[in-house]
Design a protein around this ligand. Sequence first.
Ligand code: PLP
Length: 344
Amino acid sequence: MRIIDLRSDTVTLPTEEMRKAMANAEVGDDVYGEDPTVKKLEEKAAQIMGKEAGLFVPTGTMGNQIAVMTHTKRGDEIILEEKAHIFYYEVGGIAALSGVQARTLKGYYGALDPSEVEKSIRTGDIHEPRTSLICLENTHNKAGGTVIPLEIMKQIKEIGEKYNIPIHLDGARIFNAATALRVDVKEIAKYADSVMFCLSKGLCAPVGSMLVGTKEWIERARRNRKRLGGGMRQAGILAAAGLIALEKMPDRLKEDHENARFLAEGLKEIPGIKVDMASIQTNIVFMDYEETGLTPDSFIAGLKKRGIKVNPGYPLVRMVTHLGINRDDINYTLQAIKEIVQGG
Ligand SMILES: *Cc1c(COP(=O)(O)O)cnc(C)c1O
């Protein structure tokens, strides 16, 4: 059966070129600092993001958790958007691993209001925790892959500087944000002290994410990576794919964005399906099927029967475009959803 996997851009498979590079990678023990391919990837990631140093981490979640751990002390408070990945989808890691508490603020399409951020910073009163970090997410996953405007990032960075509070950017999909904004990723990364980004999503590497920041900060992050068990040995095998991901893949993300828009425009014409077109900015599409009257079971089962995999939910279903999805797959998906809605 034809399978159309729209669950996430994490389902992308490594390209032939990545597999060859992996097979031929020069490697060593990276915990001893002896893996040349990992070093090359870390340097390249830092250079692309306009930072001093980089750190290769197994997952985006570990990268974010290391960032929080490296920026904070136990009992601190960190400011996050209320649907931020770090708050919502990292298994309570900030509490369990770093012992910090979250101050969540409601965003507008994922973007924090700078004046709300400023008002939420603690004053130093003896009763209060210390605010030690502001986290941003660009693109914002749960808001629909929305892009945080650079002007907002700039204002929040200025607030951070005013109060001496660092900014961590969860830039899992920062290349999607840069593509949508038509800017170099540096123009986004410059408003953050540390950035995490994923090689394993739209960039198609099999495994891995990066942290970038100052040299001093990355050295401390490296110790925290080891503490969390993320010190990998001949990781150059993975870094080799990451290098190709960085060199070859960002330029094609615009195709994913065009496909997501095409999908969203088709969906909103189907009776009972609603799409908030303002949220369609990159490669993520949320559709609301409440008005079709279909139960989650029948809707998701109908999709499954036709080989279409989505991130299930009610009333929202998430679909993500990526290298494994072409225009024809989207036409097939739209036709299938029309049939399901019509009771076919
Ligand atoms: C996917 C994602 C992560 C985490 O990445 P994993 O590699 O799956 O752990 C972090 N933040 C955002 C916004 C993401 O979409």
